[in-house]
Ligand binder design. Sequence first.
Ligand SMILES: Nc1ncnc2c1ncn2[C@@H]1O[C@H](COP(=O)(O)OP(=O)(O)O)[C@@H](O)[C@H]1O
Ligand SMILES: [Mg+2]
Length: 249
Amino acid sequence: MIKTINLTKNFGDFAAVKNLNLDIKKGEIYGFLGPNGAGKTTTMRMLTGTLNYTSGSVIINDMDLRKNELKLKSIMGVVPDEPKMYENLKGFEFIEFIMGIYNCKKEETQKRFEEICEAFSIDFLSNYIGDYSHGMKQKLMVSSVLMRKPDVIFLDEPTVGLDARSAKILKMLIEKYKNEGSTIFLTTHILEIAEKMCDRIGIINKGEIIAEGTMEDLKKLSTTGQNSLEDIFLELTGEDEISDIVDEI
Ligand SMILES: Nc1ncnc2c1ncn2[C@@H]1O[C@H](COP(=O)(O)OP(=O)(O)O)[C@@H](O)[C@H]1O
Ligand SMILES: [Mg+2]
C-alpha cells in the first residue's frame, strides 16, 4: 500500500533522508521510530505530497505519487506534527469545509464524526480554532481525518499534546480502523507506542533505516540480549553511553 524506492531528500548538501526503501502492506500499522532530527517528518511530508523529494519514488496503492497526486490525496488522511488549521474558523466550520473539499458522503461522515467527538469529549466546536490549545487542535484534526475513513492514514507524532485518556482513545481508534482495512503509517519517538501498537517497526537514524521488523525480529538484532525496545533502540542508535554523559554533568 505504501512503497518507496530509494527515496532521498537533500536540503542543500545535507541529506535528511537517504535511499529509503519502505514496503508497507494493506492493513498494517507501521511505526516509524527514531530520535529527534532522524528524518521522520521529512519522510512523512514526502509520502503525503507536501515536500518534493530529491530522488527516488513514492508508490501508494500501486500508483506513482507524482503522477497521481490528486487521486492519491483523496484516499489519504494526514495528521501533521503541527496541526495547521484556519484560526478564523469555528470547529464545526472547519469540519464542514473538510467534508466539502473531500466530497464526503454527508450523512455517514457526519455520523462518524459525532461518534469520534463523543469518544474524545469534543465540546468546543462552536469556538474559534484560534482559541484552541494544541491538544484541542490535535483532537479536531484527528477527527477530521478519521471521519473520512481514508484507506491510508498518516500520523506524525500523533499523541504529542494529548492527555492520557485521549491518547488511549486514539490508540483504540487506530486499531479499529486497521481492523476495518485502513493502512496506518505513524511516526513516534515514544517507544511504548511503537511497541504496543505497531505490527512492524522501522527504526530511522540520521536519515537511514537501521533496523526493521516486528518486535520479535528487532529483539533478535540486539547483540547484548536486550529485551525491551528502549534498550534495543538505544543500542542501535548508539546512545548507550547515556549514563556516562549524565555522570559528567
Ligand atoms: N526545510 C528544511 N531545511 C533544512 N533542513 C531541514 C528542513 N526540514 C528538516 N530539516 C533537517 O532534516 C533533519 C530531519 O528533520 P525531521 O525530518 O524534521 O526530523 P524528525 O525525525 O525529528 O521528524 C533535521 O536535521 C532537520 O534539521
Ligand atoms: Mg518530526
